[in-house]
Design a protein around this ligand. Structure first.
Ligand code: SF4
Length: 492
């Protein structure tokens, strides 16, 4: 592995956000294309029920802070989601204009609005009056942060425990910088902290804090711990220098970019890279390897395209980056010389009956072995479940995930679960994690007889009436609600 001598300009081209930010004029022109549909399908397609036509109308009328408030009322992770949501599969895919015209660029408009608010440090919400209840949240990814923020808005005292040095989970460490620079995640975290949430970083629940203590000292606990480490491949040669996991590799680029793009020079990558896996993390790792200067990047996956979880646009994207995808290819040995990786021995597979995961199981084809020469192997084969942690909280599990009811209550009446650790079905997206956080906050509020609606400072919404943005005005107006109703909305 090595440092590739990319110029700062090359790094800028490769590692800055893919779509440039809209100018004010571009945003207003795009917003004015919206039909403001009655019963808008774009709202129904949003897992967090963002009132899309209302926020777009606010952009069109120059009330950008109000637009951002509408977004954040429904989704506290709206700053991230405007960048990372698979909008073509969600709101943009549902836009009525898509049938015959170009659909509204909802994601870019959302990003325009939230960037505007965060740049100004505006805070349209406040902590609710204390309800005298304490909640511990385990994990500070999008699910944990959303639950924490929504609970704080309702007057709960919330402590979030995060094992990493920085909060934010995958937004901080796992989403490639071209889609979300760390700065965006840090701004979102600050926003939640300003609601009165305390975040304790470098504290691992189960090691530094015992689950029993949280169960005794808090009125409720939210498990939003994500997933565990990458499992072993179980093939010879895994210990060789040059075999790494995908998430730490992506995290290294995130942390480097945080302190300036030039720091990306310090991230090592091979010349010939093999990425094992075919999910989003594998695609991200392959993209980064290529952009850091690897000459050849190959993704290998033991099943077929039908079993890949990646969207078509992601597959096309990574292929456009010059990454080769080899399907029905299973690694059986990592080869090395002098302790360093020199290649990976693979075997072709054919698919048989579905296994426990419901996907067709791969069977090696005898005599089909071949070697891909490489000096860097990146493992992106999924994460282990945090079974020990779940057991310590006394919650039932199903296939390694925390088992919950539709309100995300676990088998322990004091414990709720949100995000990837409870994602038995459905897609692991930032927006679905944020939706979980809202559901959990609503369930906890209901359990303690706390109204599920909240008031925000609301000044941004008043701007619609007076036509001028005035943040921080003392009056209080009806604001966002967990059930998706808004002062300026009407779509639930
Ligand atoms: Fe606007 Fe499209 Fe939503 Fe209709 S479906 S309100 S045109 S964004």
């Amino acid at each position: 592995m090595q440092h590739h001598p990319l110029s700062l300009q090359q790094l800028q081209e490769s590692f800055t956000e893919t779509y440039p930010r809209y100018t004010a004029n571009e945003a207003v022109v795009e917003a004015n294309r919206c039909l403001y549909c009655f019963d808008a399908p774009c709202i129904k397609a949003c897992p967090t029920d963002i009132d899309v036509p209302t926020f777009i109308r606010k952009i069109a009328t120059g009330n950008t802070l109000g637009a951002a408030t509408t977004i954040l009322e429904s989704n506290l992770m709206g700053h991230t989601c405007g960048r990372v949501c698979p909008v073509d599969e969600l709101c943009v895919g549902a836009c009525v204009l898509g049938e015959e015209h170009r659909p509204i660029a909802i994601g870019r408009l959302q990003r325009y609005a939230t960037d505007h608010l965060f740049q100004r440090g505006a805070m349209p919400f406040g902590a609710g009056a204390s309800v005298g209840k304490r909640v511990a949240v385990v994990g500070s990814g999008p699910a944990g942060l959303t639950a924490a923020g929504e609970l704080a808005k309702r007057g709960f005292a919330v402590d979030v425990f995060e094992r990493n040095e920085l909060p934010g989970g995958l937004s901080t460490y796992g989403i490639v910088v071209m889609r979300e620079p760390v700065k965006v995640s840090l701004e979102e975290i600050e926003f939640v902290k300003r609601l009165g949430v305390s975040i304790h970083t470098g504290v691992e629940v189960g090691t530094d804090v015992l689950p029993q203590r949280l169960l005794e000292e808090y009125d409720a606990v939210v498990l939003a711990a994500g997933t565990g480490k990458v499992p072993e491949l179980g093939v010879p040669g895994e210990e060789l220098h040059g075999v790494i996991e995908a998430l730490p590799f992506i995290a290294a680029t995130k942390m480097a970019e945080k302190d300036g793009l030039e720091n990306l020079h310090a991230v090592e990558v091979g010349n010939e890279v093999v990425v094992i896996g075919a999910g989003n993390t594998a695609i991200d790792a392959a993209t980064i390897a290529k952009r850091l200067g690897a000459e050849r990047v190959t993704m290998i996956y033991r099943r077929s395209r039908a079993e890949m979880t990646a969207y078509d646009f992601e597959v096309k994207f990574v292929q456009n980056e010059g990454v080769d995808i080899r399907l029905t290819t299973q690694p059986i040995e990592i080869l090395g010389e002098g302790g360093r990786v020199t290649g990976i021995r693979c075997v072709r597979t054919e698919l048989g009956e579905p296994d426990a995961s419901g996907r067709r199981s791969p069977r090696p084809v005898p005599g089909s072995e071949f070697v891909i020469p490489c000096d860097h192997v990146i493992k992106a084969i999924g994460q282990e479940k945090l079974t020990q942690l779940f057991d310590a909280f006394g919650v039932a599990t199903e296939r390694g995930y925390v088992a919950t009811d539709p309100d995300l209550r676990t088998s322990n009446p004091k414990v709720f679960a949100a995000g990837d650790c409870a994602r038995l079905e459905g897609e692991a997206l930032t927006v679905t994690a944020a939706r979980d956080g809202k559901i959990v906050a609503k369930a906890i509020a209901t359990q303690f007889g706390v109204p599920t609606t909240v008031v925000s400072r609301g000044s941004a919404d008043r701007k619609d009436v007076v036509g001028r943005p005035i943040m921080g005005a003392p009056e209080r107006a009806p604001g966002g609600a967990l059930d998706g109703t808004h002062a300026g909305g009407g779509h639930g």
